[in-house]
Design a protein around this ligand. Structure first.
Ligand code: NAI
Ligand code: MG
Length: 360
């Protein structure tokens, strides 16, 4: 059966890096239909909207979306609804993407990029799962009001509402346990249950879901401790599952443990298995169009796409192995270049991955 992939390159380095990932997908012996559409600032320039109806319809009708990045300083003055970043929020919302999977892997060849000591990070391979549609980011009521009572009565106050529905916690917890089952069967749920009602509720539901996964060793950690443990002894973690706010912060922190933002993929999944796959980094307008951007995060995102939305685990592994092979050959884009390695451009890195793939 033909699988449909919507290809949305976006802005800045988006088109260059997505081009390389598309070459990789096309080189596999799979029945794929790849269709490109405009998104972000590029779409605003053409259609006066960052997520035009045709792009949204294409994404909805596809098995997966391969996304580059959106954003450029030149759109900063636009009203919020027309800014490139709105495209991602729009896609998340309309596709119901609730589970954000962000692996943080330290490749042995790039060990020097980490700011942590080699003995602390060597072999690091963790998966952070962030809930994406609930929590204080979307809870209502929110706004600015006259403080109703207490010490600040009469003053203005800003406020947001932290909330999670039971079904929302259940479905992200399941993703956490299912992911743990495919890895080392260790799941850490991160919350702030000592202070927050929402977090205590989260924890209770996670413990309930755990009954369906007796083989998984479940632990709980407060978010402040988790932030500390991630830099102190990150290898104690395998899979972390957490809410939207804590996950936003912890996933960025974990990404930095590897030191190579150009290497980190991500996946955002919905209940139907559709997903949006994109590098963890942004559109890097400072280096756009220079053939220096690292395409590996996007190529690794394509590998996640194969694994999670197309059910092609062996092809995903082939792509990941090809990336490891080019690193072992000593090929490096400027962001990960070190003395003694060979500096290559975006397209040459793509060539090298294709060659490694053909040899596998
Ligand atoms: P950024 O991730 O685009 O860039 C940060 C730094 O990392 C820059 O120095 C950049 O050159 C470098 N970098 C990023 N990706 C790289 C790659 N593949 N190879 C080599 N170097 C790379 O973050 P920044 O500068 O904060 O944001 C730039 C634009 O991207 C903004 O408009 C922002 O809103 C947008 N953005 C978009 C995201 C998305 O589309 N999901 C996510 C984050 C930011
Ligand atoms: Mg963030």
């Amino acid at each position: 059966m033909t699988k449909k992939i919507a290809v949305l390159p976006g802005d800045g380095i988006g088109p260059e890096i997505v081009e390389q990932a598309v070459r990789v997908l096309r080189a596999l012996d799979l029945n794929l239909e790849l269709t490109e559409a405009a998104v972000g600032g590029a779409a605003f320039d053409q259609f006066e909207h960052p997520l035009p109806p045709l792009t949204l319809e294409l994404a909805q009708a596809s098995d997966a979306v391969l996304f580059g990045a959106v954003g450029d300083w030149k759109y900063d003055e636009l009203p919020r609804e027309f800014r490139p970043e709105q495209a991602i929020l729009g896609l998340r919302k309309s596709l119901g993407l609730f589970a954000n999977l962000r692996p943080a892997i330290l490749y042995p060849e790039l060990a020097n990029a980490s700011t942590l000591k080699p003995e602390v990070v060597a072999g690091l391979d963790i998966m952070i799962i962030r809930e994406l549609t609930g929590d204080i980011y979307f809870g209502t009521p929110r706004g600015v009001r006259s403080a109703p009572d207490g010490r600040f009565a009469g003053e203005r106050e800003g406020y947001d509402t932290m909330r999670y529905a039971e079904s929302e916690v259940r479905r992200i917890a399941r993703i956490g346990f299912e992911t743990a089952m495919k890895r080392s069967r260790k799941l850490c749920s991160v919350d702030k249950a000592n202070v927050l009602e929402t977090s205590q509720f989260w924890k209770d539901i996670v413990i309930e879901v755990a009954r369906d996964f007796p083989e998984v060793e479940l632990s709980h950690m407060y978010v402040d401790n988790a932030a500390m443990q991630l830099v102190k002894a990150p290898r104690q973690f395998d899979v972390i599952v957490t809410g939207n706010l804590f996950g936003d912060i912890l996933s960025d922190e974990a990404a930095m443990l590897t030191g190579s933002i150009g290497m980190l993929p991500s996946a955002s999944l919905n209940e139907k298995g559709q997903g949006l796959y994109e590098p963890s980094h942004g559109s890097a307008p400072d280096i756009a169009g220079q053939n220096v951007a690292n395409p590996l995060a996007t190529i690794l995102s394509a590998a996640m796409l194969l694994r999670y939305s197309l059910g092609c685990a062996s092809e995903a592994e082939r792509v990941e192995a090809a990336v490891k092979a080019v690193l072992a050959q000593g090929l490096r884009t400027p962001d990960i270049h070190e003395p003694g390695t060979t500096r290559v451009g975006t397209a040459e890195m793509g060539d090298a991955v294709l060659n490694a793939l053909q040899r596998s």
